[in-house]
Design a protein around this ligand. Structure first.
Ligand SMILES: Cc1cc2nc3c(=O)[nH]c(=O)nc-3n(C[C@H](O)[C@H](O)[C@H](O)COP(=O)(O)OP(=O)(O)OC[C@H]3O[C@@H](n4cnc5c(N)ncnc54)[C@H](O)[C@@H]3O)c2cc1C
Length: 527
């Protein structure tokens, strides 16, 4: 038999490791090992764990329905991936382990260790494939081929696109294996734990023996998990969304595929091919939209390249001089110094905080996290994030900009919160984007989204705000984004008392705060 080790590729379509194993005609044993200890400083956050639970459930169903196979689940919280794989291979008599590659530097190191130990201790061959990116980081080498990227300090995605263009088109996606041998004699079947026992979607209980706090209900309502959900999202986007791919709206018509791509229920090569095909022979506007969309996929590869090239991307300023930048709320690398703002799901008590429990020592940071800053667009987005585990790209820029430029809070606090609340939380993309927002990244943001002016173009009718901040639902559209400007009678008619139904602004002097941020950056640059 061959053991196929699933990781961030929880699908049967365009799964090169599974495809190669099935083609040998030998029995295939599908395995997944849960090992948060091997995830470096970024163990999977709370919302992403919930997603992972459902993605594993979906993969199990697909394997059983299509091939009569099971997914062997192993819990390595007290062991290691190597030990679990070794035991699975020994149980079924496998001499090969196939896996699709992952790109976080600490996981690359883990895979190297596994490969060596499997070979030296058990005589097991390890073979790996690319299923996660269009171009692997060590192939797309902009710094090796393009001097300009060093001289101009990187910036944008163009330098990376140039390097990728030299590599030609990415390979086409593979179909799901038409058939696969999966049956093993009972005595050769490896032991598997129950999915529930991994505790990925376990909800906390209220203190004092109260009921369950089901914080994942909104996530379950908002999404259809698994390959079928991924496929449906992509098809719907190609049919209706691609032509209007408008990034500057709160309710932007984007693909909403990021969590599927993150957990591997959807292959990025399949997305790429489908978008390319949709752009050929289509109207000029659709071809242009497809071009913008395809660039998003290039940004994704660039983020992976960046994390591979700069392993501290998610932890320290990429431009080292920014380590001395002034922040009203600086970053403390010691979680104890950050009070309760350690990721809730991976905190010592291993449970996510009740919505009403404090999340951080700092009042402004806490208000941002909980969506009670008094700025409706920011609050709407942060509440959508909390409830559904997702917000579109434009809104991520709005809330990140607000945290950094107006609240003057170190970007790493925002990154940590996103890591725990996003269902698509991805260390590479997070590090890349938050660094850019925090001035220390490759492509420093040279814009800031004013929470009121941006709102007027992103959500002109206030519908987005009304959906996520229902306490403002009766306010006339002119005041939906600035309730503090509404006359007292209008507020009273809408049933809003600022400071009671809806919070007062945590910060009134936006321009003053922005100036502080600018000064801090200028100081760094001068020094
Ligand atoms: C502060 C901040 C944090 C972010 N954190 C994450 C994260 O943890 N995980 C994540 O997947 N995306 C992240 N993004 C990027 C982007 O916002 C999301 O990928 C996008 O909103 C997902 O929605 P969609 O599937 O509709 O994307 P679309 O806009 O339709 O794009 C399609 C796909 O392209 C990729 N993509 C899109 N934008 C980017 C980008 N800027 N950088 C890299 N890849 C991109 C994603 O895989 C996405 O699914 C972050 C952006 C910001 C500003």
């Amino acid at each position: 038999p061959i053991v196929v080790w699933f990781r961030q590729d929880l699908r049967v379509r365009d799964n090169p490791a599974l495809h190669a194993a099935a083609r040998t005609g030998r029995p295939v044993v599908a395995a997944y090992v849960w090992c948060p200890r091997e995830e470096g400083r970024w163990p999977t956050g709370g919302a992403a764990r919930v997603w992972l639970h459902h993605a594993l459930d979906g993969l199990t169903r697909t394997l059983t329905r299509t091939y009569g196979a099971v997914l062997v689940l192993r819990d390595a919280t007290r062991t290691s991936s190597f030990e679990e794989l070794r035991d699975v291979a020994r149980a079924c008599g496998a001499k090969d382990v196939y896996a699709n590659r992952v790109y976080e530097p600490w996981k690359i190191a883990r895979d190297d260790t596994c490969e060596k130990a499997l070979a030296s201790e058990c005589g097991i061959r390890y073979r790996s494939f690319n299923a996660g990116v269009l171009y692997e980081p060590w192939d797309a080498r902009p710094d090796a081929t393009d001097d300009a990227c060093w001289n101009s300090g990187y910036g944008s995605v163009r330098f990376f696109l140039r390097a990728c263009a030299a590599l030609g088109e990415p390979p086409p996606p593979l179909p799901a294996p038409a058939s696969m041998r999966a049956r093993l004699p009972v005595e050769r079947r490896p032991r598997s734990v129950a999915l529930e026992s991994l505790g990925l979607a376990k909800m906390p209980r209220r203190r004092g023996g109260g009921g369950v706090i089901d914080w994942a209900a909104g996530i379950r309502d908002a999404w259809t998990f698994g390959e079928d959900g991924a496929d449906a999202s992509l098809r719907a986007f190609l049919a209706e969304g691609l032509a209007h791919f408008d990034a500057k709206r709160a309710d932007a018509t984007t693909a909403r595929i990021s969590p599927y791509v993150r957990h591997g229920e959807l292959s990025v090569r399949e997305v790429y091919r489908a978008a390319k095909a949709a752009s050929v022979g289509s109207r000029k506007s659709q071809a242009r939209s497809a071009g913008v969309f395809l660039r998003r996929l290039a940004w994704r590869d660039l983020a992976y390249w960046s994390l591979w090239r700069f392993p501290h991307l998610a932890d320290e300023p990429l431009r080292p001089q920014y380590a001395s930048q002034w922040w009203a709320v600086p970053w403390d690398p010691d979680p104890r110094g950050r009070g309760d703002s350690v990721p809730r799901a991976v905190s010592i008590v291993r449970r996510r905080w009740d919505v009403f429990a404090p999340c951080s020592n700092d009042a402004n940071l806490r208000a941002w996290q909980r969506g009670i800053t008094g700025y409706p667009l920011v609050d709407a987005a942060m509440r959508e994030l909390w409830i559904t585990g997702y917000i579109p790209n434009y809104m991520r820029h709005v809330v990140a900009g607000f945290l950094i430029e107006y609240l003057n809070i170190d970007w790493r606090h925002g990154q940590l919160w996103f890591h725990d609340t996003l269902v698509d939380a991805d260390v590479a993309i997070q590090g890349f984007m938050w660094q850019n927002g925090g001035h220390s990244g490759m492509d420093q943001w040279n814009f800031v989204m004013h929470p009121v002016y941006a709102a007027k173009s992103a959500d002109p009718d206030g519908e987005y705000v009304r959906r996520w901040c229902p306490e403002l639902s009766k306010l006339p559209r002119d005041y939906a984004h600035c309730p503090w400007e509404a006359p007292a009678t209008t507020l009273a008619r809408a049933g809003v008392a600022l400071g009671r139904e809806y919070p007062k602004r945590v910060l009134v002097d936006l321009e003053g705060a922005r100036l502080k941020s600018l000064r801090a950056v200028v100081e760094v640059r001068r020094a």
